[in-house]
Design a binder for this molecule. Structure first.
Ligand SMILES: [Fe+2]
Length: 214
């Protein structure tokens, strides 16, 4: 049992997400509205302080390749999840998509480069190929407060700078319930996997002493 309740800003975000989902069936509109709610969450000073307590070890967090996410919340009714991702200095993700899921990726600490890719092999993203040719289309330098809306099958990668970077990720469904592609540019092969390992983590202070020392 957790020692303390969730952070007030997290509780507010969850309540507002649930209310918004119930009246917003259109997925494009729903995720644009969710982006606005996440922007508020990222600006909260207590959430920023909490992010400084997110561990980058030993749970495969922040490593190049297949990494793990902290699982801060999973909604029992709507299925959306709140994850946290911590990247060690200079860590790189693979070039990958998020399969059928929708994702908001919001940087809360640090900064990095987010690259987008397109398929140039004549195939439209939306499948699970054995091979594919991808080409980078843009790279954006991002800072805290930046939120990337990643639609289903959108191909991307993140390249950290020489410092720790932390992000809050909102997913339409929990990793492990959908399959993703990893694209290897060196030989054009594609690997499928079930997404980052999910590591439960309390989205509140573990104790009163932790709250006061943050
Ligand atoms: Fe991603």
């Amino acid at each position: 049992m957790n020692a303390t309740p969730r952070l007030p800003a997290a509780e507010k975000f969850i309540t507002e997400m649930r209310a918004m989902f119930s009246v917003t069936p259109d997925l494009v509109v729903r995720w644009e509205k969710a982006r606005d709610l996440l922007a508020v969450l990222l600006r909260d000073n207590e959430v920023k302080a909490h992010a400084q307590t997110w561990p980058d070890s030993p749970a495969k967090l922040g490593l190049e390749g297949k990494h793990g996410n902290l699982l801060l919340y999973e909604d029992a009714d709507w299925g959306f999840c709140i994850n946290a991702l911590i990247k060690k200095p200079t860590a790189k993700t693979t070039i990958h998509d998020h399969g059928v899921s929708w994702t908001l990726y919001g940087v809360i600490e640090g900064g990095e480069d987010v690259a987008r890719f397109e398929r140039v092999d004549g195939c439209v993203p939306g499948d699970l190929p054995k091979t594919a040719i991808v080409r980078e289309t843009e790279s954006v330098a991002v800072r805290p407060g930046y939120i990337d809306l990643i639609k289903p099958w959108q191909i991307h990668a993140e390249y950290n700078r020489p410092h720790r970077t932390a992000a809050v990720i909102i997913r339409s469904q929990k990793c492990g319930t959908y399959i993703q592609n990893i694209f290897f540019q060196k030989d054009g092969t594609v690997e499928q996997y079930w997404g980052p390992q999910q590591i439960p983590f309390h989205f509140g202070w573990q104790s009163e002493s932790q709250r006061h020392s943050a």
